[in-house]
Design a protein around this ligand. Structure first.
Ligand SMILES: O=P(O)(O)OC[C@@]1(O)O[C@H](CO)[C@@H](O)[C@@H]1O
Length: 410
């Protein structure tokens, strides 16, 4: 067995660094947003006050007595981290547990009247109703004039750049200019002649894995709802329509997470939005509706999808699902962190090495919004650093498509 690569796990203990800012500033902003989302009563406000105090100045506390998932969290490290500072445990763990406690504070897990009420739903729905979403859906009609392969590429890039639609990211003001539309992957928000916005591009290799004979299967691990999930669904529908896949599994979150991550309710909202849009968008919506109804597309909302753990720890059922797929496409920054491990990798660490643990071919489609990065060509890294220091890692203007997985399958 070859030595697996390793690097220090990211913790949020350095004031001024990005991870510290997420815990010290983004999480309080998330609490403020949640307070205003609904007319919660005094009890919820008191619970949010306590969470704010704990996550900024206190230590990690236990789950409430009788929590339905107490055993699961004990297995995920809670016993080890209880009583420690949020800023000294693995950053990924601290973020995940914060969202778990936030939902507890608003009564999401019940029992009670607020059970199942997603505190982020107003923001997610506003995004689906935004004029930009209507424009993006109307623009689909023009894609019909393109040859199928170009359309596939455009929709793949639509799904990739859809990852800019991350409401948590916008909350802390990290996002630079939204940039223009970028279906060719060279401009994005920050592409230039010397450094393209797409810092790694295995898009052609990814599409080559999907033969046009309807035998391909896709496992799509979704990220954000709204303006990211919509282009993900368009890609899925297009691949089904053109026989690039015959079946797909769409993995969603079992409960609201990282502000805008997609749950089953968000999928249904997005699907309804597509069906009611008219034009080509409605055709995609109806195709997906039919594929869900006849079982060609299945949904999964597994507890592990909200776990503070890397994908190297995939449980058996998810491991089997990903192993059976022709390829797993994994969306977004957080999924990337979990795929390669939330570590300070040297940026030129081969992506193939850090994803060799995955049970099948896996492609990451991600806007860069955190420090974790692997698989960069040394010249690309040097050009990025020369242009903007380390800002490209977290600025939300660069993107990548990387393909990895077990060596014999890609
Ligand atoms: O996974 P996504 O939606 O692309 O991004 C999630 C994110 O906004 O949250 C983390 C910080 O909280 C970062 O990894 C990243 O910037």
């Amino acid at each position: 067995m070859p030595d697996l690569p390793s690097a220090p796990v990211i913790v949020a203990d350095a004031p001024g660094a990005f991870p510290h800012g997420v815990l010290a500033e983004r999480h309080p902003a998330v609490i403020r947003q949640v307070r205003d989302a609904f007319p919660y009563g005094p009890e919820v406000h008191r619970a949010l006050d306590a969470l704010l105090e704990s996550c900024t100045h206190g230590t990690i506390g236990a789950l409430p007595e009788g929590a339905h998932d107490a055993r699961r969290w004990a297995g995920w490290g809670l016993d080890e981290y209880t009583g420690r500072s949020w800023f000294e445990v693995p950053w990924l763990w601290a973020e995940s547990y914060f969202y778990r406690l936030l939902l507890d504070a608003v009564g999401y897990f019940g029992p009670g009247p607020w059970q199942g009420v997603d505190p982020f739903r107003p923001a997610k729905l506003a995004e689906l109703d935004a004029p930009e979403t209507a424009e993006e859906l109307a623009a689909l009609d023009a894609l019909d004039d393109l040859p199928p392969d170009e359309r596939t590429r455009a929709l793949l890039h639509g799904s990739l750049w859809g990852n800019r639609a991350d409401l948590g990211f916008r909350l802390s003001g990290d996002a630079e200019s939204e940039g223009g539309d970028d279906t060719d992957g060279t401009r994005g928000g920050g592409g230039t002649d010397d450094v393209p916005a797409l810092v790694a591009d295995d898009g052609a290799r990814l599409l080559a894995l999907l033969p046009p004979d309807g035998t391909g299967t896709l496992c799509l691990i979704a990220d954000n709802a709204g303006r990211e999930l919509v282009p993900d669904l368009l890609l899925l529908s297009h691949l089904l329509e053109h026989g690039r896949i015959g079946r797909a599994e769409l993995q969603l979150k079992p409960y609201p997470y990282y502000v805008s991550d997609a749950t089953t309710a968000d999928l249904l909202d997005a699907l309804r939005r597509l069906v009611s849009a008219g034009g080509a968008a409605a055709g995609h919506g109806r195709r997906l509706w039919a594929a869900l109804t006849d079982g060609r597309v299945t949904l999964r909302a597994h507890p592990f999808s909200c776990a503070p753990l890397p994908y190297a720890d995939l449980p058996g059922d998810l491991r089997a699902a990903c192993a059976a797929a022709t390829v797993t496409v994994l969306k977004g920054d957080l999924n990337y962190r979990r795929l390669v491990g939330d570590r300070w990798w040297p940026p030129t660490t081969p992506f193939a090495d850090v994803t060799a643990h995955f049970p099948g071919p896996v492609a990451a489609l991600r806007i860069l919004k955190s420090d974790v990065i692997t698989g960069l060509d040394p010249r690309t890294e040097a050009a990025l650093v020369a242009r903007e220091g380390q800002r490209w890692r977290t600025g939300g203007t660069r993107a990548l498509i990387q393909l990895g997985g077990p060596p014999h399958r890609t």
